[in-house]
Design a protein around this ligand. Structure first.
Ligand code: GLU
Length: 618
């Protein structure tokens, strides 16, 4: 492996990893890890919390965490490891991530002391218009769009990986893809989550010859405990490593991808209506990943950096934090109300900044936050909340209690409501990495729906995304998120890095569609308003209020806080999933005193994640 920078030979460390058991749950956690076989001797084990030095990783998956850790151990930096981890998630979490998907990456560069972001969001093809998701003036059924060529966006992940490595990494794309190619070739063990996600998708996978051949061997999902190999994907990664992104964006792989989008390989005899896509090879040639300035708010003396538009992650998390900071007290009621208001604003104001004038500075201003905070009283505000006026002219607390003065046009609230009717499942994934130099990556990757479009490119081993379903289908005049040629659909992905006194303190992110925003926000509220440790903040039961009539919650949240919040006028409903009652699958890390790093993954959600550190010295 060649390192362009930091050519310091790496001093090896013990192979075993520390297990930190959250307070109060010690025996239960150990028991469950033993009973699920996740504890192993002599090698990395799948544990949700690890502490140590020299770098750390957290992903939803042990193989991906190991791949990223191996890069760190060989002297690679956080960006190298983030790309390697993402590519490996494309193998082991292929229904959430892959080379034909997209993502957003927030990076703290320790040498330059600055946070930057890379936008690898998929784009609409040039032939797409505002009405492409409509027929006879009405939106096409959402489910039809999900499984179609029409919803396949021009993929961004490979361009993002190349830009990320060129700008901040030390290894080549080929080196970054090697661990992923090895996992694809050698196989990974099918777990319950992989099985369940395959089973949920089985009906549509069966309708595409290429997808059925890969993911329904013998006509059924591969059984739990079996070894799943993807030799086509191993070959694709190896060829991509040799040829570079040009192979996709200007070469044969791109030709094959476009041919599949235009004529999906529907099984003979299938009755599924599969709309073809609009992508051309010229769309691939025109694709660029972009470096963008991060969103930033100062919250409780910390700098919170996130993903700017076309993601609404940074603006919505940031606005809600500003609102909370403006309030005299913060409890769960205030968390839900701040989130409600921030969603009302994001739905009306945020879209691709290349096409829409997003008032980001005002959305993240203290003046706007104070005006919005004045709407929060002791009871849940009437639904839906209207969007505010982030116009630079703020009145302070002229609105008292729950009296909500309409501040936007009447149509805005209705639009806000509509925007979140789309089901939010556990799709997408997020990983965090820190290295021994103090670089930090928070990286969301996605192919949108769990299973993307359901269409595998024949012979290449990867699924196409269906990211363009993140557009509003319309008709909705004035909606900032309507499709347009070359436009990037609005995202909710919210990879977040927090600095304190100019040094990295914490990184966090999650999958889950629009619930990504509330999951990240709630973890930060738990950590910084309620004083929980990061593991407790991440494991705590979740609630998601997105300017919808009912707040979606996990059952444990309902059990614990339902009476208190219902008395304040909130309507709570168990999140539909799948899995039912689960919100998000977060990963995070925190820098503890004396250079120690704590990496944290889910304990139970989505089958539990994998936190690893380079050196587990106490
Ligand atoms: N497409 C979603 C977004 O960008 C992410 C996928 C998901 O988690 O639903 O917000």
């Amino acid at each position: 492996m060649m390192f362009r920078r930091f050519a310091v030979p790496f001093v090896g460390v013990a192979a075993s990893l520390s297990l930190v058991v959250p307070p109060g749950n010690a025996q239960a956690t150990l028991d469950s890890q033993i009973s699920t076989g996740t504890l192993s001797h002599g090698g990395p084990a799948k544990v949700p919390v690890a502490e140590g030095y020299g770098g750390a990783v957290s992903t939803v998956d042990l193989d991906a965490s190991k791949a990223a850790l191996s890069i760190l151990r060989q002297g690679g930096n956080a960006m190298d490891a983030a790309v390697a981890g993402a590519a490996t998630l494309g193998v082991t979490e292929p229904y959430s991530a892959g080379l034909a998907g997209g993502g957003f990456l927030v990076y703290y560069d320790a040498r330059r002391h600055r946070v930057s972001t890379i936008d690898g969001r998929e784009k609409a093809p040039q032939a797409m218009t505002e009405t492409s998701f409509q027929e006879n003036g009405a939106p096409i059924p959402f489910a039809d769009a999900v499984t179609s060529g029409l919803s396949v966006g021009v993929p961004g992940s490979v361009a993002q990986w190349e830009l990320a490595l060129r700008r901040y990494g030390t290894i080549s794309l080929k080196e970054a893809l090697k661990p992923a190619a090895d996992v694809a070739a050698n196989g990974f063990t099918v777990d319950q989550t992989f099985y369940d996600q395959t089973a949920q998708n089985a009906a549509r996978f069966a309708d595409f010859t290429s997808t059925a051949a890969l993911y329904l061997p013998n006509g059924a999902p591969p059984p739990v405990g079996s070894t799943f190999r993807n030799p086509d994907l191993a070959a694709t990664y190896r060829e991509l490593g040799r040829r570079g992104g040009e192979w996709l964006y200007e070469g044969r792989l791109g030709d094959e991808l476009v041919a599949t989008v235009k004529a999906p390989p529907v099984r003979p005899g299938s009755t599924r209506v599969v709309r073809p896509g609009l992508m051309q090879t010229s769309d691939l040639r025109a694709y660029r990943a972009l470096e963008r300035e991060p969103s930033k708010v100062v919250y409780n003396g910390m700098e919170v950096y996130g993903m700017a538009p076309p993601s609404s992650g940074g603006s919505t998390v940031g606005e809600a934090l500003n609102i909370l900071e403006a309030l005299p007290k913060v409890g769960l009621h205030e968390y839900l109300e701040a989130s409600r208001l921030a969603f009302a604003d994001r739905n009306v104001f945020v879209g691709d900044p290349g096409y829409v004038n997003v008032p980001l500075k005002e959305l993240l201003s203290d003046g706007f936050a104070k005006e919005r905070a004045c709407l929060i009283g002791d009871f849940a505000m009437p639904h839906p909340a209207s969007a505010g006026q982030p116009d630079g002219s703020y009145t302070g607390c002229q609105f008292e209690g729950n009296s909500i003065t309409p501040q936007a046009t009447p149509g805005d609230a209705a639009k806000a409501d509509q925007a979140d009717e789309k089901p939010e499942g556990p799709e997408t994934t997020h990983l965090v990495v820190a290295d021994r130099w103090g670089n930090v990556a928070a990286y969301n990757i996605t192919i949108e729906q769990t299973g993307g479009s359901g269409i595998v490119v024949p012979g290449r081993g990867f699924l196409l995304n269906n990211e363009l379903t993140d557009f509003s289908f319309g008709p909705a005049p004035g909606d900032p998120n309507l499709p347009a040629p070359g436009k990037r659909p609005r995202s909710s992905m919210a990879p977040t890095i927090i600095l304190k006194n100019g040094r990295p303190l914490l990184a966090v992110g999650s999958p889950g569609g629009a619930t990504i925003i509330t999951t990240v926000l709630q973890i930060l509220v738990n950590r910084y308003e309620f004083g929980m440790s990061l593991p407790d903040a991440l494991f705590a039961p979740r609630a998601s209020q997105r300017n919808t009539a009912a707040t979606q919650v996990e059952q444990a949240f309902l059990d614990r806080y339902g009476p208190e919040l219902t008395a304040k006028g909130h309507t709570l409903t168990v999140a539909p999933g799948p899995p039912v009652g689960e919100i998000g699958a977060a990963t995070g890390l925190e820098f503890l005193p004396h250079g120690k790093i704590q990496a944290v993954a889910e304990r139970t959600r989505r089958g539990g994640g994998s936190a690893l550190v380079v050196s587990p010295r106490p």
